[in-house]
Ligand binder design. Structure first.
Ligand SMILES: [Zn+2]
Length: 270
């Protein structure tokens, strides 16, 4: 009896195990690596929301930004050259969503950047695209990637942390939503977070929001959230980060669910 086939199988298994070990080690190294002083200066200017982040969350944010920059490939379209500042701004705005969460953008590896408003020419009925009727030219999120962003909008969203608009947070909230396999406004909930509590808070807030939008009232959450459940989740997430105190006051149950989901309490920041 020859042992060569067994030896070969053992070697292949060893190869896979080593690759997986090396990947995990690289991941852990990136997550433990702080940003450089220059990167911090750039983010201070481009994403002022981060100034309010509690100090105890900063190391996690910086590590996740490093992991994001390592894993994601950025492509510039329509003649835009993607710079380190662009990558850094987008990475920081996206990573704030997961700074205190075990969830990661596992199915995303590509980010397409357009200089400004764009048209990808993709159909509204494509099953894999979260179509943005209203802000469509500012961003798109595809199940399992890519995320497509107008740099003009991504930059402005980062520069103004309190206007209630942020295309990066919006599109990456869709990416988190898509991790369940269905982009439907129900992301993977936090361990111990009850589905019935989530559903009630979301539906109550969504129905109230639709009613206010349809009757022409001003709304705290962007009216685009009235489009459907997934857009409501994305826009509610933007409001959670950009107008947290107003949301906690106006929509306490919704705020509490998002605070549990993200394990963050931005109304107490700053
Ligand atoms: Zn959307």
């Amino acid at each position: 009896m020859t042992y060569w086939p067994l030896l070969l199988i053992a070697l292949i298994a060893l190869g896979f195990a080593y690759r997986s070990f090396a990947k995990r080690r690289k991941c852990a190294r990136l997550l433990a690596t702080p940003l450089t002083p220059e990167q911090r200066r750039v983010l201070e200017r481009l994403v002022p929301m981060l100034r309010k982040l509690p100090d105890n969350l900063r190391p996690a944010l910086e590590g996740k930004i490093n992991l994001f920059l390592d894993q994601m490939t950025f492509h510039g379209n329509n003649g835009i050259e993607v710079t380190d500042h662009m990558r850094l701004s987008i990475a920081a705005q996206a990573c704030i969503l997961v700074v205190n969460s075990p969830v990661w953008f596992d199915t995303l590896r590509t980010i397409l950047i357009y200089p400004a408003a764009f048209s990808t020419g993709r159909g509204e009925h494509d099953g894999f695209l979260v179509h943005e009727n209203d802000i469509g030219t500012a961003g798109e999120s595809w199940d399992r990637g890519p995320v497509v962003l107008s740099w003009d909008h991504a930059l402005r969203g980062g520069l103004d942390p309190e206007d209630g608009h942020n295309v990066v947070i919006h599109e990456f909230a869709h990416q988190l939503d898509a991790l369940t396999g269905h982009t439907n406004g129900i992301p993977i909930l936090r361990k111990g977070q009850r589905y019935d509590g989530w559903e009630k808070a979301m539906l109550d807030a969504y129905n109230g929001h639709v009613e206010r939008v349809e009757s022409g009232h001003r709304t705290l959450i962007d009216p685009y959230g009235a489009t459907n459940h997934q857009e409501f989740f994305a826009e509610a997430t933007v409001t959670f980060f950009e107008k947290p105190r107003a949301m906690r006051h106006a929509e306490p149950a919704l705020y509490a669910q998002l605070a549990e989901l993200y394990a963050l309490d931005p109304a107490e920041w700053g």
